[in-house]
Design a protein around this ligand. Structure first.
Ligand code: 9MR
Length: 449
């Protein structure tokens, strides 16, 4: 289910009714002022990124700008569910891989967008519901985040799950109907699959303190309190002709919860004070140490999804607009440097000499679960392993990947398959299984062969 563009923008304009921002004033002229968005943002410890697509990689005038100005990219569509798993269990990563390689060759970081979303789902997922959809969704998160493991700076794990309007609650969707815990299940699966990526919740109409952003704020606070892995909040910032007077305050309140904030899809309708709003957003991010980067949702006006609104920093011919200069000047005026926040990582299980350890992560829902088990070799290599798991009474293992199981209920033993028995000293591998009932609670025992 896609939100119609017209409806989306009617909502946006209503939501951002607030203060019209004054025109920005050029502040720098110093010999050291950086001359590109990326270099200038880097001086404050931040990235400056753009949404792009694999089909643009052959557009030379476009790539000249992308490569010159930006230090981060995000696939506008190429990593979405419909793009990466068009048929259930069949994954296509070609376009995402091409963008990642391009980024790596240019020293850019990559934002991953988006593991789960109510829109742009493949038809097969749209037709699922309940436990079947939940396990397909979690499998999608696991597979995609595993494929790109180590290459993604930040993942939009869940996109646009909150409702517009005054409720502050969740949006109805097939995913939401699998149970309110679908978001935390997705974050846990993403952490298990790629412990080095920052995990973000991303949404729009959150560009100030309002019912929707407060709903998200409450969810993040709850996640932090309960240890659900979340590292960042993405404020999309698809803006109309005004900027909410509480834009910076809203960034700050999320930062105060102990998560990073990223401006993830910035574009501003032309026709009002476009340059001033772009500059004000930039200054607001710079003013909050944990606002770690800004991404614009496209490069040239002609690349934008907002046809006719010319909402970006470059015109159709690739010329820098007044909005570009306003952003560059704001960046060069600086702000507090972001604290160096190393990528999150789960502490590795302590090494067992000559043996192995196993750590189990669960994604549970009412009546079922998937478990991911990380097997780590101790100080010597192992050439085979088995892991014993106590499956709680009343439930059973129904499906296993990257291992074979003996028994399905009670004490179940999982053994390596041909390709993952060898683990180097200190190295690790993962297998998973799905089950009915309540997931195993105890730490599994690992035995090296
Ligand atoms: O810009 C994207 C456009 O090319 C797609 O057709 C559209 C499909 O829904 O998604 C656009 O990107 C959206 C992003 O993934 C999530 N936030 C809103 C963005 C604009 O609609």
């Amino acid at each position: 289910m896609t939100i119609p563009r017209k409806g989306r923008f009617a909502m946006l304009s209503a939501a951002v009714a607030g203060v019209v921002v004054a025109a920005s004033v050029a502040v720098t002229g110093s010999a050291e002022a950086a001359t590109t968005l990326g270099a200038s943002a880097a001086q404050t410890g931040r990235y400056f990124g753009a949404a792009t697509s694999a089909f643009k990689l052959s557009d030379t005038p476009y790539m000249t700008i992308l490569n010159r100005e930006f230090t981060s990219l995000v696939p506008e569509n190429d990593m979405k569910w419909d793009a990466t798993e068009p048929q259930q269990g069949r994954f296509t990563y070609t376009n995402g891989d091409r963008l990642v390689s391009h980024a790596q060759s240019r020293g850019m970081t990559v934002r991953g967008h988006a593991l789960l979303w109510h829109a742009q789902q493949p038809a097969w997922a749209q037709s699922l519901s309940g436990a079947a959809l939940r396990s397909a969704a979690i499998n999608h998160v696991t597979q995609v985040a595993t494929h790109f493991r180590g290459k993604i700076h930040s993942w939009d794990v869940v996109n646009e799950a909150f409702a517009d309007g005054g409720s502050g609650g969740r949006r109805d969707s097939n995913l939401q109907r699998t149970g309110n815990d679908w978001i935390e299940a997705a974050f846990r699966a993403a952490r298990a699959a790629d412990p080095g990526a920052r995990l973000c919740y991303n949404d729009y109409n959150t560009d100030g303190i309002n019912a929707k952003s407060t709903g998200i704020y409450n969810m993040v606070r709850d996640f932090k309190a309960r240890g659900v892995p979340i590292d960042c909040v993405g404020l999309q910032s698809h803006l109309g002709t005004t900027l909410d007077s509480t834009y910076q305050q809203n960034i700050q309140r999320f930062a105060d919860l102990g998560v990073d904030v990223q401006i993830t899809e910035l574009d501003v309708q032309q026709g009002g004070n476009q340059a001033g709003i772009f500059a004000a957003v930039t200054r607001a991010c710079l003013a909050v140490a944990r606002c770690t980067g800004i991404t614009v949702w496209g490069v040239r006006d002609s690349d934008s999804w907002r046809t006719g609104q010319n909402p970006l920093l470059f015109d159709a011919n690739g010329n820098k607009k007044a909005a570009y200069t306003a952003v560059l000047d704001a960046l060069n005026a600086g702000g507090p440097t972001t604290p160096s926040s190393p990528p999150p990582s789960s502490p590795p299980p302590s090494p067992a000499p000559g043996g192995c350890t196993a750590a189990l992560t669960l994604n549970s829902w009412n009546g079922g679960y998937t478990a991911t088990v990380r097997v780590t070799a101790g100080t010597s290599a192992v050439s085979g392993w088995s892991v014993g798991v106590a499956v709680p009474a009343g439930g059973a293992v129904t499906n296993t990947w990257n291992a074979t199981n003996t028994g399905a209920s009670g004490q179940v033993t999982f053994r390596n398959v041909g390709y993952n028995g060898q683990i180097a000293a200190g190295g690790s591998t993962e297998f998973g299984f799905q089950g009915t009932g309540t997931g195993p609670a105890a730490t599994p025992a690992c035995t090296a062969a």
